[in-house]
Design a protein around this ligand. Structure first.
Ligand code: PLP
Length: 462
C-alpha cells in the first residue's frame, strides 16, 4: 500500500488544506511553518499519509472509531448497493436497512427494544436529554427534569452536551450553559486520595456520592443519570463492579433513568457488544455512534427500553404525546447498511473474542512496561480500550505535565505508531496515554505498539 501523491498533487492538496480547512480540535498556527497532516489511504490497521509514510494506528482513526479496520470492501459494497437502491427518505418512514439493523442491534441488547436514528454521538445524547425533559413534563409536571453527569465524562460538543460535560477545558469560553445539568464526582480508584475518599470499598463510596447529590437536589427533581461505561477522553477510567451495582440500585430507588453513553464503548470495543454489559447493569437509554459503522458512514443511535418508548405512545388522542424530534440525516440509508455489515464482520470474524484476548495480552504488556518505567503510575482498561497514566513520581502520584506526555505521543508518531493521550481538558490530569487499536489487532501489532512506547519512554525519561 502506498499513499504517495505526485509532487504537484501533493502540493496542491496541502495548500488547499492549509488555506481552507479548519481542522478539528487543534491549533493552526504551526501550519504556517509545517505541513498539515493529510491521511490518504487505509488498510487493516494501517494508514498512509500524504508523504507515503506508513503508520500503525493504535487509536482506530484517532477517536476510537474504525473498529473493524480500514479498507473493508464488503462495507463499501453494502453502502454502494444501498445508495443505488435508495439513498434517503425522512425518518418518519422506515427503510430496509434501518429495520434490519435495528432488529440485529436489539438482538444484542437484552431489555432494550427501540432504536432512534441520528448522525453523531452528540446528537444521540441530545435526543436522550430531550426525552428525559419530555418525560418530566408528561409525567411529573416538568419537575423531574435534572440530568446528572459525572466529572471527567464527556458527552459531546453541542451546548447541551457541554452542559453535561465533566471536562473543564472543553467547556471553558463556551458558557453560559443550560440549566438543569448537575455534576457528580468521578470514580477512579487510583485517584481516590485526591477526592479524600477511602480506598476500601471505593466503588460504593463513589456511587454514594451520587446519592448525596440526588438527596441534595431532591429526588423528585432528578430525571436521569448519564454515564460513560468506561470514561474515554477523561482518562480511560474503569469503575469497579461494586460502583455499578450501587448505581443501578440508586437509579431504581429514586426512579431515575440510567442513560449509558456508549458512543466510544459501543459495538465491541471492550470485548462485549456494549461496555455496560461488562458490569451487568440494565440501562433505560443507550446512545452509540463511533463504532456502529466503524466510520464507513455517519450513524448514531439512541436506544431505549419499551418502558421509555411507551411513555411516548400511551395516548394518541393527545397531539403533543409523541417524541417531537427529527434528524434529517437520520434518514440516510448508508448508515444502517454499513452498520449491518459492520456487525456481520464482528460476528463472522469472532472479533469480540479477539478483543478480549488481545486486550488481556496488551494489558499484560502494559503492566510489564510499568515494571520497567517508573513514570507509568497506573495501567487500566477493558478489551482493546486501554490507558497508561503517567506520573512525575510514583510515590506522590503527581500527574506528569501535559507537554511531557505529548512528547511521548510525538515520539511514537515519528516511529510510525499513532497513539493517543487524554484530552487537553482536565486541569492536572492530561497525563494518560490511550490505546484503542481496531478489534482485528494481532499480537504482532500490539508488540509493535508496545515497543514504540517503550522506546519513547526510554528516550524521553530514562
Ligand atoms: N460521547 C462520548 C463518550 C464521546 O467520547 C464523544 C466523542 O468523542 C461523544 C459522545 C460525541 O460524539 P460525536 O463527536 O460523534 O458528536
Amino acid at each position: 500500500m502506498d499513499g504517495t501523491l505526485s509532487q504537484n498533487d501533493l502540493s496542491h492538496v496541502v495548500e488547499a488544506d492549509r488555506a481552507h480547512v479548519w481542522h478539528h480540535l487543534i491549533q493552526h498556527k504551526p501550519f504556517e511553518t509545517t505541513d498539515p497532516r493529510i491521511i490518504v489511504e487505509g488498510k487493516g490497521m494501517r494508514v498512509w499519509d500524504q508523504k507515503g509514510k506508513e503508520h500503525l494506528d493504535a487509536v482506530s482513526g484517532g477517536v476510537w472509531t474504525v473498529n473493524v479496520g480500514y479498507g473493508r470492501e464488503s462495507i463499501a459494497k453494502a453502502v454502494y448497493d444501498q445508495l443505488l437502491k435508495l439513498n434517503y427518505f425522512a425518518g418518519s418512514a422506515g427503510s430496509i436497512p434501518g429495520a434490519l439493523f435495528s432488529e440485529k442491534l436489539i438482538s444484542k441488547m437484552p431489555g432494550m427494544t427501540r432504536v432512534y436514528y441520528c448522525n453523531s454521538g452528540s446528537e444521540a445524547n441530545e435526543k436522550a436529554f430531550k426525552m428525559v425533559r419530555q418525560i418530566a413534563h408528561k409525567r411529573y409536571g416538568g419537575k423531574k427534569h435534572k440530568i446528572l453527569y459525572r466529572d471527567r465524562d464527556y458527552h459531546g460538543t453541542t451546548i447541551a452536551c457541554l452542559s453535561a460535560g465533566g471536562q473543564d477545558e472543553r467547556n471553558a469560553q463556551y458558557g453560559p450553559f443550560n440549566p438543569g445539568f448537575v455534576r457528580v464526582p468521578h470514580c477512579l480508584e487510583y485517584r481516590a486520595a485526591d477526592q479524600g475518599a477511602p480506598t476500601e470499598n471505593y466503588g460504593e463510596w463513589a456511587a454514594d456520592q451520587i446519592e448525596q447529590v440526588i438527596l441534595r437536589e431532591g429526588p423528585d427533581t432528578v430525571g436521569a443519570l448519564c454515564l460513560e461505561p468506561v470514561t474515554a477522553g477523561g482518562g480511560v477510567i474503569t469503575p469497579p463492579q461494586d460502583y455499578w451495582d450501587r448505581v443501578q440500585e440508586i437509579c431504581r430507588k429514586y426512579d431515575i433513568l440510567l442513560h449509558i453513553d456508549e458512543v466510544v464503548c459501543g459495538v465491541g470495543r471492550t470485548g462485549t457488544w456494549f461496555g455496560y454489559q461488562q458490569y451487568g447493569v440494565q440501562p433505560d437509554m443507550v446512545t452509540m455512534a463511533k463504532g456502529v459503522a466503524s466510520g464507513y458512514a455517519a450513524i448514531a443511535c439512541m436506544v431505549t427500553t419499551e418502558d421509555v418508548f411507551s411513555m411516548f405512545k400511551d395516548n394518541h388522542e393527545d397531539p403533543m404525546n409523541y417524541f417531537r424530534d427529527i434528524s434529517t440525516f437520520g434518514g440516510c440509508t448508508a448508515g444502517p447498511a454499513a452498520a449491518l455489515e459492520n456487525m456481520r464482520i464482528i460476528e463472522d470474524e469472532n472479533l469480540l473474542e479477539n478483543t478480549t484476548q488481545m486486550g488481556d495480552y496488551m494489558l499484560g504488556e502494559l503492566h510489564a512496561l510499568a515494571d520497567k518505567h517508573s513514570v507509568i503510575g497506573h495501567v487500566r482498561g477493558k478489551g482493546l480500550f486501554l490507558g497508561a497514566e503517567l506520573v512525575e513520581d510514583r510515590e506522590s502520584r503527581k500527574p506528569m505535565a501535559e507537554k511531557r506526555v505529548q512528547k511521548v505521543v510525538a515520539d511514537c508518531m515519528a516511529q510510525g505508531i499513532i497513539i493517543g493521550a487524554t484530552n487537553r481538558s482536565l486541569p492536572g490530569y492530561n497525563n494518560t496515554l490511550c490505546f484503542s487499536p481496531a478489534l482485528i489487532a494481532t499480537k504482532d501489532d500490539i508488540d509493535q505498539i508496545i515497543a514504540s512506547v517503550d522506546e519513547a519512554l526510554t528516550r524521553e525519561f530514562a
